[in-house]
Design a binder for this molecule. Sequence first.
Ligand SMILES: [Zn+2]
Length: 263
Amino acid sequence: MIRHPHAHLAPAPSRTSGCGPIPSRLSQVSGAIVGPSKGGPFLRHDMSKEPELTKPTGLALLREPFAPNQISKLPKPSKAQTEQVRSDFKIGIRCKDCGAWHHPAVVHLDYVGHAALTDRLLDADPNWTWEPVATDDHGLPMTDADGGMWIRLTVCGMTRLGYGDAQGKAGPDATKERIGDALRNAAMRFGAALDLWHKGVLHEAEAVPKQLASDEQLAALQEYADAGVMTDGQKIWLEKARDKITADEASYALEKLKEKESK
Ligand SMILES: [Zn+2]
């Protein structure tokens, strides 16, 4: 895509794009202000035809929170959790939140999926577009040394940068993931789903040191192991990961073992 060298001189987007200024009450009802009329206040216009002034459009719409059904759950297992499930898949569970098979104590991140974000961008500006910042000799988007891609996202004539990576995926899925991730990142610069980013959960796993299980918790787990309540896989987990089990993981495991024991 060739960028207009004088993009700032381009004509304002058409009204149908929803990108124009939010209409003021007076301009929308011009001519409706009249002198006193029978039984009426100063405004005689039909209230039912009054434009909805409270519903955001254009760039303001991007800042509107997403509905719960538009928010997806992404499991973010720690390295230790991934290794534990890899060593014995029976340690894992079929997750009710995300549908994946993973360690029972995995933290989930809220994120807005590609479809929900695209829907919102289209609502804000049907002419929204993105382009890679750099392309190779074939015109294909270029990635940087870390495998990430910078993009320009343009909504309502305003352009902001975004950066995305493949989130550990490989092959053709990596490219799609990189695009989706870059769009989320760029849209965040417009305020889209900012609340999800603001919670800091996206980096919590790395930033917040986990509290390790207490000696009491480990002792209680050991009792379940000795009493034969634990599966073999769980026993291996307790044995091998003893010094890495977090307090959250331990309390979750204890809860499940208690349930199992009472059956
Ligand atoms: Zn899950």
